[in-house]
Design a protein around this ligand. Sequence first.
Ligand code: BMA
Length: 327
Amino acid sequence: MSKIINGSRIAVFPWEEKPAGSDAYVWRYSKNPIISRHPLPKIARIFNSAVVPFKDGFVGVFRGDGENDIPHLYVGHSKDGIHFSFEKEMIHFVGEDGKILPDTCFQYDPRIIPLEGRYYIVYCDDLGGPTISVAVTDDFVKFAKIPTPFLPYNRNGVLFPRKIDGKYVMLSRPSDSGHTAFGDIFLSESLDLRYWGNHRLLAQRGYEWWCALKIGPGPYPIETDKGWILFTHGVNRTCNGYVYSVGVMLLDKDDPSKVIRRGADYFLTPEEDYETIGFVPNVTFPTSALAHEDGRIAIYYGAADTHTGIAFTTVDDVLRFLEERGR
Ligand code: BMA
């Protein structure tokens, strides 16, 4: 048995047992999708969103695409991590001085990272081109932006949930302007969450077709006694458009710039109707993973840029997958 370090202890954990007789590494929630079309007035779709345990339930920062197709971020609350109610008003970020900032044109694909007793929201923002913004909140009411870590073009930023060797660590996927299509995972470090450096290539696209075009970090890494579990997205360019699958890798516990093992095969790929049919067909895009200290993991993922789904696994299933299907 492997152990999750600093896992959640919450009693109500979104969960469904592995179907009897199955030896699957990962299985979908039978009532997916948990969020369907038009969840709010004038919001067409909610997907690629992040959830954390908060108070006696769960809170999330959600990507809501308006009826002009422009994405902004919305707060949602839930008692069980499955049924969410959303704030009608989008998040309006404040600056470090507490004054409301002008809204940027778009914001999408948020991650929430609990770090040193606060919650950091890392998301793609429009700052003269898509790049990563970071905001911090204590109450999910007021969100204060801290300096942006990277120049455009960059997306899919995610912080580790603790300092490693005295430094904050962030993963990101630079180099994709949105007009060109490529992307690898880089690791960067900071002493103060303001100035970032010591950038290093962590993982490149694979020769395996499911991740041959792009590979990017997903939810914040889960610490285990064997290393950090990092779920990723991998992109295949087919003659009929891109296909986004979920991948997974294991990073060294003390030096996460070292990949111990990565999945050679995808971990999850679009197969269900709500993943293969939608605004952008054939997308499974993980942005959040809740980890319980007893080893259970619930992955939240965007499906077809239209819905939100949950898939379940355990730390042992992930490590078995990496052993049997990794390189
Ligand atoms: C990426 C991002 C994601 C989206 C995916 C598939 O470039 O924009 O938000 O889910 O494309 O459309």
